[in-house]
Design a protein around this ligand. Structure first.
Ligand SMILES: [Cu+2]
Length: 311
């Protein structure tokens, strides 16, 4: 899972603008630091008290110096202000009523991802077309969360009862790691997400696959798993398209097998880890909102077989 997520490798115009501003301001600070430290060292050495020397000459008020140390910082702040506003124009442009491509809702401790136009819901994984800015609407189902994908730019809070918008864009195809950046409870650290930037053709194919209802299972064990899913309490919290399960206290599982991770990034999505999750989600991600059911081993393998058909 070692995906590079460093702000020093920006992959969007917004992230590039932020890094550039950061570099310039660090340079300013370094110069000021050198001037102050250099002046201090010079004064300490040059004006050190010598034996037999009395009190040094006292100076009260120096108009020229006072003007200088008022005007210089004010000019510096003005320059920083102009640079910052220019950066803001890039990272936070006006939306002008454009509809969001997707609606992202923070839950303790996972992300619900809805594509309203294409008409489907997924979790912990955002797909976008590469090189095309998309607007995302950011919501919260419970407490304040914060969406942050360091390589793709600025952060944006997810606040209950308030819609925030962010323009998301990636310059190159790839997987970008993101995380909740506002402490939101015990599993805040495992509230990650991935942004997957694809070519427009791949993106369209992905959308089409996600919007489709997966075919009913045919293998006996998977058929049994589908039945047990409806009989157990799973249906009270999860949605599976084309089945009676239509709840959203937990992630939508319609295409769970097509996703890269389980538990908002805590596990790579594969058979062993899916089995481990269903065996005891509380051991994998302590305190998360899915209870430990102590499933029989027959139920466990049937459920895993079924969920793995949901591609
Ligand atoms: Cu959080």
């Amino acid at each position: 899972m070692g995906i590079d997520s460093s702000i020093f490798g920006p992959a969007s115009p917004g992230a590039e603008a932020i890094l550039k501003l950061f570099g310039t301001l660090t340079l300013f600070s370094a110069v000021i630091f050198a001037i102050v430290l250099g002046g201090t060292i010079y004064s300490v050495v040059r004006f050190r008290a010598k034996p037999g020397q009395g009190e040094p000459r006292q100076v009260f008020g120096h108009t020229r110096l006072e003007i200088l140390w008022t005007v210089a910082p004010a000019a510096l702040i003005l320059v920083i202000g102009v640079l910052s506003f220019n950066t803001l124009r890039v990272v936070d442009p006006a939306r002008n009523g454009q509809p969001p491509e997707l609606i992202l809702t923070g839950h303790q401790w996972w992300w619900e991802v809805e594509y309203p136009q294409a008409g489907f819901v997924t979790a912990n994984e955002i797909h976008i077309p590469v090189g095309q800015p998309v607007w995302i609407q950011i919501e919260s189902a419970d407490v304040v969360h914060d969406f942050w994908v360091p390589k793709l730019g600025r952060k944006m809070d997810a606040i209950p009862g308030r819609s925030n918008y962010l323009r998301l864009e990636a310059d190159t195809p790839g997987v970008y790691l993101g995380a909740c950046a506002e402490f939101c409870g015990v599993q805040h650290a495992w509230m990650r997400l991935r942004v997957i930037a694809q070519t427009p053709a791949e993106y369209a194919a992905w959308q089409q696959a996600q919007a489709a209802i997966p075919p009913p299972p045919t293998e006996t064990i998977a058929v049994q798993g589908a039945k047990r899913f409806q009989e157990l309490t799973c249906v009270n919290c999860h949605t599976i398209g084309g089945s009676p399960a239509q709840a959203n206290a937990g992630p939508d599982l319609t295409h769970i097998a097509s996703r890269q991770t389980l538990g908002a990034g805590v596990l790579e999505n594969n058979t062993a880890n899916l089995t481990g999750w269903l065996t005891n989600p509380q051991a994998v991600k302590p305190g998360n909102q899915m209870p430990h059911f102590t499933l029989s081993s027959a139920d466990l393998s049937a459920l895993v077989a079924y969920l793995e058909t949901l591609r």
